[in-house]
Design a protein around this ligand. Sequence first.
Ligand code: 13P
Length: 338
Amino acid sequence: MNIEEIAKKMCAKGKGILAADESTGTIAKRFKSINVENLEKNRLNFRQTLFNSSGMKDYIGGVILFDETIKQKSTLGPTIPELISKHGAIPGIKVDKGAKPLAGSKEETITEGLDGLRERLKEYYDLGARFTKWRAVYKISDKYPSVQSIKSNAHALARYAALVQEIQMVPIIEPEVLMDGTHDIQKCYQVTTNVLNECYNELEIHKINLKGTVLKPNMIIPGSECKNKSSPEEIANKTLDCLKKNVPNKVPGIAFLSGGQSEIEASKNLNEINKINDTSFLITFSYGRGLQASALKEFGKDQQNTDNIQKAFNHRAKMNGLSSKGKWSENLEKESAA
Ligand code: 13P
């Protein structure tokens, strides 16, 4: 498959991406919330249980892994990338080295990881990865994001994307405008507009083949502490409008992050967006928490109860698969959960 075909397959209608690429530090937080010790064997057990679920085949087009996981052999026999491929999904890998304080604007971050990236990509390709992820992070406040953060993160994203396409993998471009804060939905719309514009500016300068990319953006939503809540319809209208105005048509797929929305909110909002999607974009999910929160809870109750963990995961995967077609409903949510 060439990169244009891979990008389409990752976001195929009815399917989305499982973001299981939590760093060891982030998974530590998730495990702490369910009282599970952050050991390599526990991380492997949780992840291989998800990757071996029946819901993978119908609803998951790609799985984003962390460095440790892509190198692991499952206790079921195959390596982790082989297990994922066996279930019909494409293995991918997070290649950034995290968001670090930005010199000159230290309350903001710059995502690092370009040094030595060409060599690491070769290693990941040989392990079976066919797409990658790089996450830039922007926070909203009175003075942020600064022009410095918008420009430097877009530049890094474009340099990353060029290296990834050089080795014939698909770069996921993830500029995440955080939902932390009191800002309203309009502010999120404005900031996301500026961020996306600068990203596509830099991607063009770096001669990226947009048909071989996937965008992973935030939805346009009010800050988590904003007093004015927005309906799913308003979120969908503003999100689609922002994407139409700022994302070039050549981009085949847009897969949202869940970003701290609850599982149900993430499904509901994605569904509303797809109900009114009149673009050529395949619009779907690339959720971490939005796909794994219930399964993680079950894992916390009993790590060996594979059935319950997989049941919770299959349900969320199915619900989000429906949302990616605009076919989700409260009723199906309840029926399928029961
Ligand atoms: P969430 O869906 O939990 O925001 O995670 C997605 C992700 O991959 C963030 O980089």
